[in-house]
Design a binder for this molecule. Structure first.
Ligand code: DQA
Length: 145
């Protein structure tokens, strides 16, 4: 059975490629999905990439991942810095969790330096642009063996 990786994305990441390209670059979330699917194919992993602007939807998708996914890659976007609900949901998931940020959050405003999600994440990528998702996929493949 092919193992499934859920790649979850939080608020405003639907605008990736259009939103503040000087910070987040010109690539889109579709480009991220294509790259992750390609790496998944090489590693025997299926991928499902989703994005929502709604905190509750992200929580529901994490609950779905409990039943369907071997691992979660998550860019919680602004929810990183605010959401105990997303952290609590991730704490119910038993597989590896990798947190991704396109920008180098530690070089930015102080409120971006704290992440609730990092309390659960097994690895954190920040500042690699969308390449961070590809690196996370490769690391996920390694963690899952
Ligand atoms: C982000 C960083 C967050 O601080 C911000 O709110 C985002 C995107 C990133 O990918 O760099 O929306 O998670």
């Amino acid at each position: 059975m092919t193992r499934m990786i859920h790649i979850l994305n939080g608020p405003n990441l639907n605008l990736l490629g259009k939103r503040q390209p000087e910070i987040y670059g010109h690539d889109t979330l579709d480009d991220v999905a294509t790259q992750c699917a390609e790496i998944g194919r090489e590693a025997g992993l299926e991928t499902l990439l989703r994005q929502s602007n709604w905190e509750g939807q992200i929580v529901d998708w994490i609950h779905e991942a409990r039943e369907q996914a071997a691992g979660i890659i998550i860019n919680p976007a602004a929810l990183t810095h605010t959401s105990v609900a997303v952290l609590d949901a991730l704490n119910t998931f038993e597989g590896p969790v990798i947190e991704v940020h396109i920008s180098q959050v530690h070089k930015r405003e102080a409120f971006r330096h704290h992440s609730y999600v990092s309390l659960r994440a097994d690895a954190v990528m920040a500042g690699f642009g969308i390449h961070g998702y590809s690196l996370a996929m490769r690391h996920m493949a390694k963690l899952l063996g």
